[in-house]
Design a protein around this ligand. Structure first.
Ligand code: ATP
Length: 339
């Protein structure tokens, strides 16, 4: 029978991340890439801005508006606002055409609960999807990084995002072992805020901390160390103040977080079946996720594990490319879809 909806349907794949959400449209590639942030009017409870526009409001909003990230530590902290966010992304990807009912594949964190799975599915269906399939982020990341996930060989992928670090060993289209810790980029930003507060009595915002991390943050000594000016509020005098902070200091601030990430990798290696370990010795570890871009983190992991370590081509888009590939590989999608 001729299906009206099928005829109009426009398949999309979504990487629903703690920090960023990306949408991949079939035949087009990545069409949206925006922060997972919603600005809410606290009087009416209604959203007033999404994505880039809402992120620009973080820490700068008047009392009546609050900018929130509905996903925290890799899980859904606020279902209602997550639904608003999904609606925004799905509608925008479909050019706000209400007749379009896409088939959607969504990458979700490995540690997602049954209730959260249902919430993501229900939200997507309620905003117009005709079918929703969930896949796990580490698997999508491995596919996006071009690893031979269906082969009987061990592949290790480490996805270091905003809220979570997920370490997974994949073989025969299954996750053989995975470890997920709620420590990643957000924790690094928080560590920088605490360090600057403790050492300089200077209060800085999350956005400033993230900029410091991206410009001079590192996990291992840099060839040439750097210094940046940091602006914030002096906690003693209560006035705006400027301080100079070095890359060595920021490395100190990040040391604990980096240690936790390395430790998660080490524990996963210890739990990996020996046959697959042998493959990992040959193939090494693939890093992905935005926080894998922390300077010299690959080098640090290589030194600590003694294994070859490589960064995926574009760590911020690997998961989206992986779910995007699944739009046209239904056989693989069937094997890896989560119930
Ligand atoms: N050059 C960089 N150096 C260090 N960190 C970076 C860099 N670029 C981006 N990041 C960090 O990467 C994180 C976002 O990564 P990504 O978009 O992969 O996360 P996500 O998929 O939204 O999160 P999750 O996987 O936890 O759900 C942020 O914490 C951001 O600050």
């Amino acid at each position: 029978m001729f299906s009206f909806f099928k005829w109009f349907s426009k398949d999309i794949a979504i990487d629903l991340g703690t920090a960023n959400t990306l949408v991949y449209a079939r035949g087009k590639g990545i069409v949206l890439n925006e922060p997972s942030v919603v600005a809410i009017d606290t009087h009416t409870g209604k959203p007033v801005a999404y994505g880039h526009e809402a992120k620009a409001m973080l820490g700068m909003t008047p009392d009546q508006i609050t900018a929130v990230r509905p996903l925290k530590d890799g899980v859904i902290a606020d279902f209602r606002i997550t639904e608003h966010l999904l609606r925004y992304f799905i509608r925008k990807a479909c050019n706000r055409n209400f007749l379009v009912r896409p088939r959607i594949i969504i990458a979700v964190p490995f540690g997602i609960t049954e209730v959260e799975k249902k919430a993501v599915k229900d939200s997507s269906l309620s905003v117009g999807a005709c079918e929703v399939t969930l896949v796990l982020e580490p698997m999508a990341a491995a596919i996006g990084a071009g690893l031979p996930v269906s082969e009987p060989s061990g592949n290790m992928i480490v996805d270091i995002g905003g809220g979570t670090t997920e370490v997974a060993v994949i073989s025969l289209a299954g996750i053989v072992y995975s470890r997920s810790i709620r420590i990643a980029g957000d924790e690094m930003d928080e560590a920088i805020i605490q360090y600057v507060k403790r050492k300089y009595n200077l209060l800085i915002g999350l956005k400033t901390a993230e900029i410091i991390k991206k410009t001079i943050g590192s996990a291992y000594p840099l060839e040439s160390e750097k210094i940046v000016e940091v602006r914030g509020r002096d906690l003693a005098g209560g006035v705006p103040s400027v301080m100079k902070v070095s890359s060595e200091e920021i490395r100190d601030a990040l040391a604990e977080t980096v240690f936790a990430i390395v430790d998660a990798i080490r524990v996963t290696l210890e739990k990996t079946p020996p046959e697959l370990s042998a493959d990992i010795i040959d193939r090494g570890i693939i890093l992905t996720g935005g926080s894998s871009l922390l300077k010299n983190l690959d080098y640090k992991i290589k030194e600590e594990t003694g294994l070859p370590v490589a960064l995926a081509d574009d760590p911020l888009t690997t998961v989206a490319l992986g779910v995007g590939k699944l739009l046209t590989d239904t056989d693989l999608l069937k094997k890896i879809a989560v119930e």
